[in-house]
Design a protein around this ligand. Structure first.
Ligand SMILES: [Zn+2]
Length: 90
């Protein structure tokens, strides 16, 4: 329950202390971004092309976060948990 709050506050404190913008970059997609991508894809996983419930899927950065991909609607795709895990293990 406190996860999100604690994480965000920590980011803001770090930003205030260091003035480094990277602490304000949010890696996690919001629920509304996820829902939007989910609806656009009609619940179909971009990798295995099977249909899932929203609760069975995870948001993924099309351009990886580590390569400068933004946490924006345009850069959000939904993968099933299985595919997403495979991808992040590569
Ligand atoms: Zn999949």
């Amino acid at each position: 329950m406190l996860d999100d709050d604690v994480t965000n506050k920590k980011g803001i404190y770090s930003y205030v202390l260091t003035h480094r913008e990277k602490y304000l970059h949010i890696r996690k997609f919001t629920d509304s971004q996820k829902r939007k991508a989910f609806e656009n894809q009609k619940g179909i996983c971009k990798k295995c092309a099977q249909q899932f419930e929203l609760s069975e899927m995870e948001a993924d950065h099309i351009t990886p976060w580590s390569k400068g991909g933004k946490t924006s609607n345009e850069n959000c795709q939904m993968l099933c948990k299985y595919c997403n895990r495979l991808k992040s293990n590569l």
